[in-house]
Structures are given as structure tokens and as C-alpha cells.
Ligand binder design. Structure first.
Ligand code: ATP
Ligand code: MG
Length: 399
């Protein structure tokens, strides 16, 4: 029934001089998720993107575009010419579709084209009157708090009629806030952390620590699969796969058992920091949530942060698992995240990990390790996987 879709841009308006760049990125992302619909046409005008000729693909296009950061809300529209009789018919058609058990409505008209013969009040009044006459006794007008609002916009070329406003992802277009690196495991949380970064316009790549043969090839493939799902939002994505085997072994031999996880996390941070500095990522993201497990206490975060001075952002810090799971379902990573796999961290988990680690004990425990060399060797024996938009992947040594 719908012909076109309006995507309304969100916080872009606030961003003054960067606006053109933001809009360019947004359009690029809209084109990416709709590229297989060859009959549509995408147009921009005054803080909106119009998808023309969406027709029978309307619902699918809405499902895809509502996950694009920077899109505030979405309305499927009935487009018609500006003849008032046509407008009335289309408005009635839309109302019929939305009525259900609803009892009250109002018509709200707006004119972009000020030369239109009737003013907004008059359009609302006439269309409202027409609908009311068809539904006598069933529907009433309620201006303050109606069950249904029929919106009519008169533009220079057409009339747009719609009633739904579907909430979009909000946030900022991907790439407009620089780039960052997320520590991506195969679990539920870290892919959601990536999504949160993307939503604020950060171009996110990922780093994964992999301990073959303690963890299987399959566990790496799972992380690649997660990155593939996430790359749908942003296009090409990089995944740095760090060879973590030697570091895990030596920590197991030389460090206090209950500090095993904390020290391992400190190494992850050191390596992620080195990679971030080398490839110009401005921040690191993790999927940690306060108190979710023993290694995610504030003390533990402090011990982990102490080895780096680049910002570590934890967008899930204050979220409950339940809410994190909900988002992971929405973005499509949940089903992959829950597949069984061995995390490199779970293989060596001590029975009683320290809950409130002390930085001094970490430092003491690391004394016998040649930290710089371990970090350097790990990076030098790692790989870079590039996940392309078309689903292809390229794997090459990280140098
Ligand atoms: P997730 O669901 O993201 O795995 P989790 O609840 O299992 O989180 P932890 O295993 O304690 O939590 O890991 C905390 C965070 O540390 C993860 O969210 C991730 O950012 C990072 N991390 C853990 N293991 C790895 C790994 N093997 N490679 C990269 N990052 C990791
Ligand atoms: Mg995990």
C-alpha cells in the first residue's frame, strides 16, 4: 500500500559545519543496506532521506534502515498528487488500515508549498471532515490526545500522507566520530559494545585474542562470523587476530594463580593499545559490565586500565545482561554468540579468581616477564582479517 519511505535524520542538525560530511556518510549507509532493491530511488531534502518506489519492499527496507545510526525515525508514506480529492481518498485508505479498535483521530496538515490553495488548518479541517463523515458514530476527533494522527504534508511536487513514526537507531552516522578498536570475544557482550560505538558514529574495528591450540579454529571462525554480521552496518571491517598462546602459557607458569585473569587482561590491553597506536585508533572498547563476573569489578577495571593511557570505553558498564541480550537479538549477533566455544580466557580460569585485584600485586606478579618482548612477539605473529562488504574475507600477516 505504501509507495515511499521518509527517513528523518537525528542529531545531525546540531553539528553545524560537519553536516555535509555526516549526510554523505548517512546516505552511503542507506545505500548499502538497500542496494539489492534496484527499483528504488534515494533522494535527500531538508534533513530527510526519501526512498522512492519502495512499494512491496517497504517493510523490509524499514527493518534494515531502522538500524542505521543517524536515522531518528521512519515513516512509510502514501504519496499522491496535490489534488484535494485524492488526498482525502488516500487519507481515508490510511485510516482504514490503522483503525483497529481505535476511537479517536486527528488530521495534521503542513504546507512546504505555501502557494497551495488551502492553508494547513483548512486542509486538516476538510480531510478530517471527510473521514468523520465516513465513520459517523464510530470515530471522534480528539486534537489533544488522539489514537491516530493522519499527517499530510504538501510539498512542491506531491502530497505525503502517513500515520506511523517508527523509531530508528538514533545516534550519529558511522564514521563521523573517528575510529576505535573493540576487544571482541565470541560472547554476547562485546558485539553489543561494537554496536554502541557504531551508534555514536564511531567506525569500529575489532581485535581478538586467540590461543591455538587451547582454543580451536572453530572459536576463531565464530568471531569472524560475528564480525561479518557487524560489518553489515558499516561496510568493510578489520579484525586483528592476536596470537595469545605464548603469553597465556607463561602467565600460567610464572604468575599467581588467582591473578591469572587480571594479568591476562592487562596483556590484552597492552597489545590492543600498541595496535591502536600503530593504526590510529583513538579508543578501546570492551564488553565489560560492572559486577557481571568476578573479573568485572571496579577494582579489576582499575588494574586493567593501569597499563594503558588511551581511553577505554565500556558502553555496557551499567547495563543488565537481560538488556544486553535484547540488543544482541536486535542486531542479529545473539544466535552466533550463544554457539558453544572455548574462550581463551575460560581455558585457564583459576578456581578462585581475585575479585578486588591490587595493582601492586599485578606488577609484582609480572616482574619475571619480559613484557615488551611478549607484546611485540604476539603482534608479530598475528594476522589481520579484513571482512569485506560482499562477505569475502582476506587474511594476511599483521606487520
Ligand atoms: P563477552 O560476552 O563480550 O565475551 P563476557 O561477559 O564473557 O563478555 P569476559 O569474558 O569477562 O566477559 O570478557 C570481558 C571483555 O573482555 C569482553 O567483553 C571483551 O571485550 C574482552 N575479551 C575477553 N576475552 C577476549 C578475547 N579472547 N579476545 C578479545 N577480547 C576479549
Ligand atoms: Mg567472554
Amino acid at each position: 500500500m505504501y509507495s515511499d519511505i521518509i527517513l528523518r535524520e537525528g542529531e545531525l542538525v546540531l553539528k553545524g559545519k560537519n553536516r555535509r560530511d555526516f549526510e554523505f556518510r548517512l546516505i552511503k549507509n542507506v545505500k548499502r543496506v538497500t542496494k539489492e532493491f534496484t527499483s528504488i530511488k534515494i533522494e535527500r531534502s531538508f534533513g530527510r532521506i526519501y526512498i522512492r518506489n519502495a512499494n512491496e519492499n517497504t517493510q523490509e527496507i524499514i527493518n534494515r534502515t531502522k538500524l542505521i545510526p543517524g536515522i531518528f525515525n521512519i515513516s512509510p508514506i502514501l504519496k499522491t498528487n496535490k489534488d484535494l480529492d485524492n488526498i482525502k481518498e488516500k487519507a481515508l485508505e490510511l485510516l482504514k488500515k490503522s483503525i483497529g479498535n481505535k476511537k479517536t483521530f486527528k488530521v495534521e496538515a503542513k504546507r512546504g508549498d505555501k502557494s497551495y490553495a488551502l492553508d494547513s488548518m483548512e486542509i486538516s479541517r476538510q480531510v478530517g471532515g471527510y473521514i468523520l463523515a465516513k465513520y459517523e458514530g464510530e470515530l471522534e476527533v480528539n486534537v489533544k490526545n488522539p489514537d491516530i494522527v493522519i499527517n499530510i504534508e504538501i510539498t512542491f511536487t506531491s502530497a505525503n500522507i502517513y500515520s506511523e513514526k517508527i523509531r530508528g537507531a538514533g545516534g550519529l552516522p558511522i564514521g563521523s566520530s573517528g575510529k576505535a578498536l573493540t576487544l571482541l570475544s565470541g560472547g554476547i557482550d562485546s558485539p553489543v559494545a561494537i554496536w554502541h560505538g557504531l551508534k555514536r558514529g564511531v567506525d569500529m574495528d575489532a581485535i581478538h585474542f586467540y590461543s591455538f591450540p587451547f582454543t580451536s579454529e572453530r572459536s576463531k571462525e565464530k568471531v569472524v562470523d560475528l564480525a561479518k554480521i557487524l560489518s553489515k552496518f558499516k561496510g568493510n571491517m578489520k579484525l586483528y587476530v592476536i596470537n595469545f598462546t605464548e603469553i597465556q602459557k607463561i602467565i600460567g607458569i610464572k604468575c599467581p594463580k588467582e591473578y591469572y585473569i587480571t594479568i591476562m587482561r592487562r596483556f590484552m590491553m597492552r597489545i590492543a593499545t600498541a595496535v591502536a597506536n600503530k593504526y590510529e585508533y583513538k579508543a578501546l572498547f570492551t564488553g565489560e559490565s560492572i559486577g557481571q563476573v568476578a573479573s568485572q569489578t571496579l577494582e579489576s577495571m582499575a588494574a586493567i586500565n593501569a597499563v594503558t593511557n588511551i581511553p577505554i570505553l565500556r558502553p555496557l558498564a551499567s547495563m543488565d545482561k537481560h538488556d544486553i541480550i535484547e540488543i544482541s537479538r536486535e542486531i542479529g549477533t545473539y544466535e552466533t554468540s550463544i554457539l558453544p566455544y572455548e574462550d581463551c580466557c575460560t581455558v585457564f580460569v583459576p578456581e578462585n579468581p581475585v575479585i578486588k585485584p591490587l595493582i601492586s600485586v599485578c606488577e609484582d606478579g609480572e616482574k619475571e616477564l619480559d613484557i615488551d618482548k611478549l607484546v611485540e612477539d604476539a603482534i608479530n605473529s598475528s594476522t589481520l582479517i579484513t571482512i569485506y562488504e560482499d562477505g569475502n574475507i582476506k587474511e594476511e600477516p599483521l606487520i
